[in-house]
Design a protein around this ligand. Structure first.
Ligand code: FE2
Length: 226
C-alpha cells in the first residue's frame, strides 16, 4: 500500500493519500482545496488514478478539495449519510465498505463532533476526522454537534483493536499519529468515569469559533466548488 500524510498549515489539517500498489487506484481523505495542485502532482508522480475523495465530515476550518478533485480527475466524492452538502457523488452509511483496488475502507458512523461525522477504518489504521484527536477530541458546540453522541462514538472506537494506528484530521501540537491503545490510556477526554462528566466538560469549553467558519461551511456545502 502507498500511504502519505499531508499537512495544511493554516488550518493544521492532516489529509491522507492511500493507494493500491498493484492497481494504482488511489483515495484522498480530507483533502484541502488550497493543496489541490499538490495532490494532483503526487498522483502524477506516482502514476496513480484517483478514484475517491472522501471527507470525514463537513469541515468548518478549511475548504474541502472534493469538488476541485472531482473536476480535475473524475473521481467520486464521498461523505457520510446525513451531511447537508448535496454535492457528493456518494453518501456512505455505517459499515459500508469502499474499495480502492484491494484495499477496503470501512465507514464507521461516529456522530458527535458533527451530526454526520464518520471515521474510515482500514485493516491496520483508522482516519478519525475530528471525532478522536491525539490526546483530544473534536468540539461539539456547532454543526449539530452533540456531546452525548461523541461520548458514545469514542466508546465505539475504543472497542477496536488497540494496535490500530490513529490518523486524525487535525493536530495543533505536531503529533502525527497515535494508536487506539495509546489514546485509551492517555487521552484526557477518555478518562471521564461517566458520560455526564464528559458532557459537562465538553459543554463548558467556551471555545471561539474557527476563523474560517463563515467562509468554509457554506463553501463545503458546495464541495468546495464555490
Ligand atoms: Fe471539524
Amino acid at each position: 500500500m502507498i500511504f502519505r500524510q499531508f499537512f495544511h498549515h493554516e488550518s493544521s489539517t492532516y489529509s491522507y493519500l492511500i493507494a493500491d500498489n498493484q492497481t494504482k487506484e488511489a483515495a484522498l481523505i480530507d483533502p484541502v482545496k488550497d493543496d489541490t495542485d499538490k495532490y494532483l502532482q503526487i498522483l502524477k508522480d506516482l502514476s496513480l488514478k484517483l478514484i475517491y475523495a472522501l471527507d470525514t465530515h463537513t469541515h468548518a476550518d478549511h475548504i474541502t478539495a472534493l469538488g476541485p478533485l472531482r473536476d480535475a480527475t473524475g473521481c467520486k466524492t464521498v461523505i457520510g449519510e446525513g451531511a447537508a452538502a448535496g454535492c457528493a457523488s456518494q453518501y456512505v452509511k455505517d459499515e459500508e465498505v469502499i474499495k480502492v483496488g484491494s484495499l477496503d475502507i470501512k465507514a464507521l458512523k461516529t456522530p458527535g463532533h458533527t451530526i454526520e461525522s464518520y471515521c474510515y477504518l482500514m485493516s491496520d489504521r483508522i482516519f478519525t476526522g475530528d471525532t478522536l484527536l491525539i490526546r483530544g477530541c473534536g468540539r461539539t458546540d456547532f454543526q449539530n454537534g452533540d456531546s452525548e453522541d461523541l461520548y458514545k462514538s469514542l466508546q465505539r472506537l475504543m472497542t477496536l483493536d488497540k494496535t490500530i494506528t490513529v490518523y486524525p484530521a487535525h493536530d495543533y501540537k505536531g503529533w502525527t499519529s497515535s494508536s487506539i491503545g495509546e489514546e485509551a490510556n492517555n487521552n484526557p477526554r477518555l478518562q471521564f468515569k461517566t458520560m455526564e462528566e464528559f458532557v459537562d466538560f465538553m459543554n463548558n469549553l467556551n471555545l471561539p469559533n474557527p476563523k474560517m467558519m463563515d467562509i468554509a461551511i457554506p463553501a463545503n456545502l458546495q464541495c468546495g466548488n464555490n
